[in-house]
Design a protein around this ligand. Structure first.
Ligand code: PLP
Length: 411
């Protein structure tokens, strides 16, 4: 039976207005549901960025893989070993891929990071912060029992003696690098005779095995401009390298000379005596590093921004401004600048409180509407990662994996 005109109009009208008021079929997964999907072993096929809770941390797999490969190729060409710093990502899945691309292992900044990496099967660990106090010393020694190739740094003979005693009591020999301070800034024995004397003393302790020198010049990493950065690093690393050379001359077993950062990876590689790179941020990148300038210009683009915070536009009542659900709790706030909007282009961001951020729309590439997804490059990657439990690994719009930030917590 043909519908009556009234019936036709009713259905027709309904069909015409329905799309505007209809909410698309909900596929808004919470974290538990995504994990349940993963547990079934079918991957998370069909889940896109639109399905994710916000704010969330995204890892752009194409950019991430390009970064891993670029640093691996660089160190191979420079004939240097690579032991990337896992303090940046605190994620054993990332560490596995770095090792898979040729890294010896990873550096860690805390015993907690070392334990998490070891639990995930990552070896070749170098703990780059001093282990002082009974808690850290005993956990380090326990780790060394499980992973005898673990290395730690020392910058003081008292600490070296404590480590030696704990190692001998457990029947292990702890690999040790002398932490030499390039700039009087943070940790490390001063370069020169003090560093050499400490190396000699450590070499005499039977519970320790002297392996080399650790010299990290964080002050060089963000110096703006390639030439300026190069001059800075050369100046401050010179005394460290001289100390290492003096130890070698004395016949001390210091085969390792470890240092460098993302900002100096292609600078410190040319310094005579370096044997390995402990670069970290290159794998994720952030606003801070983008601004230091590279060989080619003002933007440092040797590595691609791979880490983004995904946010949702939750309020849009003005032509020139919209509000997203990512504020002070979604980003590290240790820098005097905030995140940058990667997608859509032409937007700028400003903090508007704990859970809110403002988007300035004047130069937006397109109209911004309620519910839009916004991707932002984080100001400083290391502390930003540490705010989240997991990262969603995406290729284009599709979520392919979820990686736990398993070394997070107990900083
Ligand atoms: C001791 C040490 N080594 C290496 C790195 C890696 O530096 P970047 O993340 O700048 O590459 C850091 C970072 O803070 C560090 O503290």
């Amino acid at each position: 039976m043909r519908p009556s005109r009234r019936e036709w109009l009713r259905v027709g009208l309904h069909a015409a207005v329905a799309p505007a008021i209809m909410i698309p079929q909900a596929r808004a997964y919470d974290i538990g549901e995504i994990e349940a999907k993963l547990a079934k072993g079918n991957g998370i096929d069909g889940v896109t960025k639109d399905d994710l809770p916000t704010p969330s941390l995204l890892l752009d797999l194409d950019a991430f893989e390009a970064n891993v490969q670029r640093m691996a190729s660089h160190s191979a060409e420079a004939e240097l070993e690579l032991r990337p710093h896992a303090k940046t990502h605190k994620c054993s899945e990332i560490a596995k891929r770095q090792v898979g691309a040729g890294a010896l292992g990873v550096c860690v900044a805390t015993v907690r990071e070392a334990e998490a990496m070891a639990a995930a099967g990552i070896g070749g660990l170098l703990l780059t912060s001093e282990s002082v106090g009974l808690n850290k010393i005993h956990r380090l020694i326990r780790l060394c029992e499980r992973r005898p190739d673990t290395m730690a740094v020392v910058d003081h003979i008292d600490n070296a003696r404590q480590l030696d005693e704990a190692a001998r009591a457990s029947g292990v020999r702890l690999n040790v690098l002398i932490d030499v301070d390039p700039l009087g800034r943070r940790t490390g024995v001063p370069p020169g005779s003090k560093a050499v004397s400490l190396a000699e003393a450590v070499d005499r302790l039977t519970g320790l095995r002297l392996r080399g020198v650790h010299g990290y010049c964080g002050a060089s990493s963000h110096v703006k401009g390639f030439a300026e950065r190069k001059a800075h690093s050369a100046k401050y690393m010179a005394p460290v390298l001289e100390s290492h050379a003096a130890m070698l001359k004395k016949g001390l077993p210091v085969e390792i000379m470890s240092g460098a950062s993302t900002g100096t990876y292609n600078i410190d590689s040319d310094l005579k005596g370096m044997t390995e790179l402990q670069v970290g941020s290159y794998v994720l990148m952030d606003v801070d590093y983008r601004a230091i300038g590279g060989r080619g210009g003002d933007i440092y683009d040797d590595f691609r921004p791979a880490l983004h915070v995904l946010a949702t536009v939750i309020s849009k009542n003005h032509d020139d401004i919209a509000t997203v659900d990512a504020g002070l709790k979604a980003f590290a706030t240790d820098r005097d600048f905030g995140p940058e909007v990667a997608r859509p282009t032409g937007l700028t961001y400003a903090f508007r409180g704990d859970e809110h951020g403002a988007l300035m729309l004047a130069d937006s590439e397109r109209e911004i509407v309620l519910g839009d997804k916004i991707e932002l490059v984080v100001p400083h990657c290391d502390p930003n990662v540490n705010l989240y439990d997991r990262m969603y690994c995406v290729r284009g719009d599709h979520v392919q994996q979820v990686w736990e930030i398993d070394a997070r917590g107990h900083v």
